[in-house]
Design a protein around this ligand. Sequence first.
Ligand SMILES: Cc1cc2nc3c(=O)[nH]c(=O)nc-3n(C[C@H](O)[C@H](O)[C@H](O)COP(=O)(O)OP(=O)(O)OC[C@H]3O[C@@H](n4cnc5c(N)ncnc54)[C@H](O)[C@@H]3O)c2cc1C
Length: 414
Amino acid sequence: MKIAIVGAGIVGVTTAYELAADGHAVTVFDRHNAAATQDSFATGGLLAPAAAIPWALPGPLAPTRWLGRQAPMRLGRQLTLSDLSWLRQWRRAAARAAHSPQPAGLALLQLARYSQARLLNLAQQLDLPFEHSTSTLLLLRSAHDAEAAAPLLKALRETGHTTFEVDADTARRIEPGLSPTLPLAGALHLPEGLAGNCRQFALLLRQAAQRLGADFQWGTAVERVCTTPTGVQIRGEASPRPFDAVVLCAGAQAAPLLRPLGLRLPLAALYGSTLSAPLREALHAPQSVVVDIASGSTIARLGQRVRIAGGAELGRTQEAHPHTLHTLYRVLGECFPGGVTHTSGEQVWRGARAMLPDGAPALGPSGAPGVWLNLGHGASGWALACGSARLLAGQLAQRPPELPTDAWAPQRWK
Ligand SMILES: Cc1cc2nc3c(=O)[nH]c(=O)nc-3n(C[C@H](O)[C@H](O)[C@H](O)COP(=O)(O)OP(=O)(O)OC[C@H]3O[C@@H](n4cnc5c(N)ncnc54)[C@H](O)[C@@H]3O)c2cc1C
């Protein structure tokens, strides 16, 4: 088939690779001039288990006290009615998930596990040298954190993730750089948890997709997706370009393309920030990934750098809320004092998580003829990208699904 993909973030690149590997003639359109320039640029880096990423799901690790002076979620001044409706749906889902893992949560964990297996397989098969590290430690600073993590622990075990409950001394042996003065009630240790450099992987896989014939057309903005016949209208061109199928991987900017097709997904942009700083003293830095449940932050070792991610701001604002950046600096200093240098080479980045209220992506046929969706991966797009792309390619080829796909069907929002 002749297939157009809109978007060359991590989701569009992995989709391009899988479709090209299946023998399709793939063209990728992106308004930017390189892959992973938008919201896949400097993500937190966490791969599976995706639900261990704060904000990935309503419930488990997204704090229950989200509003208030010290809470990590911030509401912008320009909240729209759809932001408010999203917030209501998300809070309802969080209240339900506080006591038992919800189907979307379990499905997300399964998809992340499947995705990680596919990513490792691709990395090995294609010899992709991307920065990554293994092992994830979820810090339980207090009994309250342990209580908040209990449904997640149950879900991790139900989905076959090796997870150990460890005491503070063991946690410090796993991550020797953790500050000795950090109050710690214990931790959850996932020895198979993984972190990696999303942008680097996207650039390497883009090259692999190109070798299979995928054509990346940079600087092309898609104005409209057409259904009669199927195709895309590129800004500045006289008529739509025809394709057999169009796959939308447009992340947080998908709404203007979805609306004219009659698709009204409740997608919200939840903004967050990352701070990447060069190592100062490796012994005082994380060896792999540490998730701080108390602040909703993740700290990952990416080669010679440490990256901390956090914050969740709903509603359009130009800049990160000062509270978000202050929290990132504070938590990094509290957990790994002396691990990084802030004097040179530091990078601050802000991006959007395109989220649906249940935290799961919209993946599969859209309902509009010839149009497929692979978007709305929220806080775990990097963790889910390789698996989502593989499943979508399977659906297009009408192969029997390797995982049940109901939890991600775009039609669940009709
Ligand atoms: C602070 C922060 C930390 C995060 N940490 C993690 C983490 O640790 N682990 C994890 O798994 N995920 C994490 N995420 C989430 C992850 O970054 C996203 O889910 C993922 O990058 C989304 O990828 P994407 O390809 O869907 O979107 P994008 O990377 O935004 O790609 C979409 C592309 O579509 C293009 N596009 C859109 N509309 C058009 C159009 N009309 N015409 C042409 N091109 C178009 C854009 O230019 C863009 O390049 C984090 C996000 C944030 C903000």
